[in-house]
Every structure is written in structure tokens, then in C-alpha cells.
Design a binder for this molecule. Structure first.
Ligand code: ADP
Length: 527
């Protein structure tokens, strides 16, 4: 679908969805102006404006007018109708503008603070809309002044419940997936539990069984605890649908309907908060698991130092053989067949040396960096999280000073984090000996690259390190492998960047390296 066709489909979908929702929710209306205690269409409009932006505002206005004229059969004259439509459009437009900045970018409803923002903005907006619209009806003589607060309460709960029940589902819809296996069985049981409670409460007609309605909390808690925020949004919408069915078939008293809607609102908000808390906890667990994997990877890198020692030993032998065979070939240049034979042997030995090196590369887990666009701030933050405990133990303070609006870097995230981890850990170790101090990680924009810097206030480089800082196995530490900086340089250079020492004097060390902001040739730009 081209973007133009998609945009048209979204506009049409919003228009039709708004009008259809208005039609199916048109019940228990407050005559003569047609206020309903269940008004999902503003919830749909709000979600569409949050997801697709305020350019959909004219569609919302057109749909609201069309619904009033066609579905509600013009309950009020044209002037109040147009004025209330304007109020609805402007207020929900403003709410969407606030939410677009407040909700987690790219995710919509994600954390508990997103749920809070949606509920707070939704409650306030529907309150202002209800107050103004009912006020307009009173001013134009459509409603007597004495019913202002009753009509407003009903208007508010109708809109608010739409925002609490319809908007959340639309804001998470991209993350919904069809459950399989055991989860699918559980979903069937949960739906059955919801249906059973609704039937128990409303199945026998009006009466005392209504109070069983509160049992709906149990399946809703079950759903939110198992399926997080995504499950919570589906559960509350399903429950509201069941309630609406009861309003249409059993509950005939409009005041009772409004009462149920207030209770439904409480249930929806509680379920969404619980769902968000469960999702948030799962994500933290996932991040911790990934961090453990990365630390294990880092451990493998330092092990690579030991392996390199063994490999250097092994490489020595084929290299000596290559020299011997090449010399033999030189000597035998008068006998081409035997010279070719010696060269063949030399080539075979060179290939063997290549194989040995490849083993090391595969062990370190590179095989060339697998690059993707990354935010520098996120890379620095993740790397500092890995060394945080170590630095704290040494009494070393680490600060990140990053330029604003840094471009994305195209790198292998794990590898670049390893570079930062190595540099910061070296700095912290140096300062530990000097009795504490601070490390500063800085980043600034360069032409086609971002330059990162790790600066410490330690004792500076030892004399004997000056000339062989980046050589493997150069270390001044009793337990050091001397591989850290050499691996860092390999990683940075494999990304097309440079790593160098800026200062190594007695006021501390400064290391800098660059990372490319353009994708390597042959790779597509992407998020
Ligand atoms: P390792 O840390 O395993 O010894 P590295 O390659 O990471 O190996 O570092 C080599 C040596 O460089 C260290 O042993 C240390 O003497 C020196 N060095 C590295 N970073 C610093 C620093 N920030 N301050 C002082 N010396 C450093």
C-alpha cells in the first residue's frame, strides 16, 4: 500500500469507526439531547489522533457532525451542534497533542506512567468537554439548568469510559499477538470466567444478583497478571462489551447504567495499572537477562587474551615453515617444478595460519561487526550499567557528558559497549590506585562520525607502557592480560573508526575513539 492509500484508509476507517461506534452505543440516551452513558467514539478519535497525528482533526469533526445528524437524528439545532462539535474536536486534539509528547515514543501505552498520563489527560479532557457541551445545551435552552450536574456526570462518564476502555487497546494494538499452546487454553478459560460472572450477575434479570458484578475483578486481575498491559486492555474492552450487552437486554434503568459505568471505570483503571506493572517487571527481567549475556560475552573476550597467547605460539610454526619453503623456492628457481612444489607448500602453511586466526575471530564472536543504527546515549548508558558496581566499589564516580542531538551511529552495539567497558574499567582501576576520583565519558558530533572520550584523573600511564600501550600482552597489572586496549582498537578499526591516546600524563589519561554515523556501504539505512 502506498502511503497515500494508507492515509486515505486510516481517514476512512476513523470516519466509519466513529459513526458505527456512535450508532451501536446509542442507548439509554438522556433525552432530548442524546447524552449516552457509554460513548466510545471519542476514545477511538483520541487514539487515532495520538497514533497518526493532529492532521486527522477535520475527520473527527466531520464524523462527529455526521453522527449527530444521521445517527442521532439531530437532537439539537444546528448552532449548538456545531459548537459542541468544535469543543469536542479542539479538546481531544489538545489532549492528543499532550499525550503524543508524554507517552513512551514508538510504544504508546507501555509503562505505568503512560497509563497515568492517559487516564489523567482523558479524565480532564472529558470533564472539560462535558462541562462545556452541557453548558451550551443549557444556554441554548435545550436542557433546563436544574439538570446540569446530572447531565454532566453522565456525559463525563460516557466519554471517560470510552477513553479508559477503547483508547488503551488501540494504543497497544501493534504489540498484540495470537496466543498459542497453554496460553491459548488460558485465554479461553479467562473469557469463560468473564462470561460466567456476567451471566451470574445479569442473567436472572434486574435484582440483587447485580452486586455479583464486582466478581469481574477476579478474571480481570488474572488476565492482567498473566498477559500484562496488552491482556489488560483486551480484558477491559471485553468486560465493557459484556456489560453493554447487559444494558441492552436486562438493565432498563438509566441511572443504574450510569452507576455501573462508574464502577466499570474503576475496574478498567485498576486492571490497566496492574497490567502495566506486570509488563514493566517482565521487561526489567528481560533487560537483566540480556545484560548477564553481555557480561558473559565480555568474559569470553578476556579469555581470548589467554587463547591469543596459545595461538601466537602455534602461528610461529607455520610462519617459520613459510619462510623456509619460500627460501627453498628462491634457491630452486633454476628447477621450476621443484620451486613450484615449495611455493605450494608455503601457500598451504599460510592458509593454515589463516585458519588459526579465523578460529580466534570466531571465538571472540565477531566475524566482522554486525552493524545497526544505535543511539550513543543508550550505548553509553548500557556500558556504564555493566561497570557501575565495580566503580562504586572502588569509590570512583562516572559521569556522562553527551552533546545534545547526537546522530545515530552505525555499529555493533555489544562490541562498542565492550570498548567503553574496557576503557572505563581501566580508568577506574587506575584511579583506585590513586585513591578514588572521577571518570568522564563524553561524546561530540564530528563530520560523519561521533567522537567518544573517556577521561580519568588517575596517575597517568606508567613509563614502560608509553611505547606499547596498544600491543597485546602489555600490562602493568599483576592479574592483567594486556589484551583490553588491543581488542578495543581492533573493534573500533573494524568499524572504520580510530582509537588513540590523547593524554597519558600525571593528571590522568584521555582516550578517544570515533564511530561512523553512516551505514557501511551496501547496507540500507534503517531504524
Ligand atoms: P590490562 O588492563 O588487562 O592490563 P589493557 O590493554 O587494558 O590491559 O591496558 C594495558 C595497560 O595500559 C594497563 O596495564 C595499564 O598499565 C595501562 N592503562 C590503560 N588504561 C589506563 C589508564 N586509564 N590509566 C593508566 N594506565 C592505563
Amino acid at each position: 500500500m502506498t502511503s497515500r492509500v494508507r492515509r486515505l484508509a486510516v481517514m476512512l476507517g476513523l470516519f466509519i469507526g466513529y459513526v458505527v461506534l456512535d450508532r451501536v452505543s446509542f442507548m439509554h440516551e438522556y433525552s432530548p439531547v442524546g447524552i449516552t452513558p457509554w460513548n466510545p467514539s471519542p476514545g477511538l478519535a483520541l487514539a487515532a489522533l495520538v497514533i497518526y497525528g493532529l492532521r486527522l482533526l477535520p475527520v473527527v469533526a466531520a464524523a462527529a457532525l455526521f453522527a449527530d445528524i444521521v445517527v442521532r437524528d439531530m437532537p439539537v439545532p444546528l448552532l449548538p451542534m456545531i459548537t459542541t462539535t468544535l469543543v469536542i474536536t479542539v479538546c481531544y486534539g489538545a489532549a492528543a497533542a499532550v499525550l503524543r509528547r508524554r507517552l513512551t515514543p514508538g510504544e504508546g501505552l507501555w509503562r505505568q506512567r503512560d497509563v497515568f498520563a492517559l487516564m489523567a489527560v482523558g479524565a480532564l479532557t472529558s470533564l472539560v468537554v462535558a462541562g462545556l457541551c452541557v453548558g451550551i445545551f443549557v444556554l441554548t435552552g435545550e436542557l433546563p439548568r436544574s439538570v446540569y450536574s446530572a447531565a454532566m456526570a453522565r456525559y463525563w462518564i460516557g466519554d471517560m469510559i470510552g477513553v479508559a476502555v477503547v483508547t488503551p487497546l488501540l494504543l497497544v494494538h501493534r504489540r498484540l499477538s495470537v496466543p498459542d499452546g497453554r496460553a491459548a487454553v488460558e485465554v479461553v478459560l479467562q473469557v469463560a470466567a468473564l462470561a460466567a460472572v456476567l451471566i451470574m450477575a445479569f442473567g436472572t434479570g434486574p435484582g440483587e444478583t447485580y452486586s455479583l458484578f464486582y466478581l469481574l475483578f477476579l478474571p480481570l486481575i488474572w488476565i492482567a497478571a498473566r498477559f500484562g498491559i496488552e491482556g489488560a486492555t483486551l480484558g477491559t474492552l471485553g468486560t465493557q462489551a459484556g456489560l453493554v450487552a447487559a444494558f441492552v437486554t436486562v438493565v432498563d434503568d438509566s441511572a443504574a447504567v450510569t452507576g455501573f459505568q462508574f464502577r466499570m471505570l474503576v475496574m478498567a483503571i485498576s486492571t490497566l495499572f496492574l497490567g502495566a506493572a506486570v509488563s514493566q517487571r517482565r521487561r526489567v527481567e528481560e533487560i537483566l537477562r540480556r545484560r548477564r549475556d553481555e557480561v558473559a560475552q565480555y568474559g569470553r573476550l578476556s579469555l581470548a587474551g589467554e587463547m591469543a597467547a596459545a595461538l601466537a605460539h602455534e602461528l610461529n610454526q607455520p610462519l617459520l615453515a613459510i619462510i623456509a619453503f619460500t627460501r627453498a623456492a628462491q634457491r630452486l628457481s633454476a628447477k621450476p617444478e621443484r620451486a613450484a612444489e615449495a611455493m605450494d607448500k608455503a601457500v598451504r602453511q599460510a592458509e593454515r595460519a589463516g585458519d588459526i586466526l579465523r578460529t580466534l575471530r570466531e571465538f571472540i564472536g565477531t566475524g566482522g561487526p554486525r552493524t545497526a543504527p544505535h543511539r550513543v546515549a543508550a550505548l553509553v548508558k548500557d556500558a556504564l550499567a555493566v561497570v557501575a558496581a565495580d566503580c562504586a566499589r572502588r569509590g570512583v564516580n562516572v559521569d556522562a557528558v553527551l552533546d545534545r542531538n547526537l546522530p545515530l551511529v552505525h555499529v555493533d552495539g555489544v562490541q562498542v559497549q565492550q570498548v567503553l567497558v574496557n576503557l572505563v574499567r581501566n580508568a577506574a582501576e587506575a584511579m583506585d590506585q590513586a585513591g578514588g576520583g572521577g571518570v568522564v565519558v563524553a561524546a561530540r558530533r564530528m563530520d560523519g562520525a561521533v567522537e567518544l572520550e573517556v577521561r580519568d584523573s588517575g596517575p597517568g600511564l606508567a613509563e614502560e607502557m608509553m611505547d606499547r600501550l596498544f600491543q597485546p600482552f602489555s600490562t602493568t597489572k599483576a592479574t592483567g592480560m594486556g589484551m583490553g586496549l588491543s581488542i578495543c582498537r581492533t573493534i573500533v578499526e573494524s568499524h572504520g573508526g580510530k582509537l588513540w591516546l590523547v593524554e597519558g600524563g600525571p593528571r590522568g589519561c584521555v582516550f578517544r575513539f570515533t564511530l561512523p554515523t553512516v551505514p557501511p556501504s551496501g547496507e540500507e539505512e534503517g531504524e
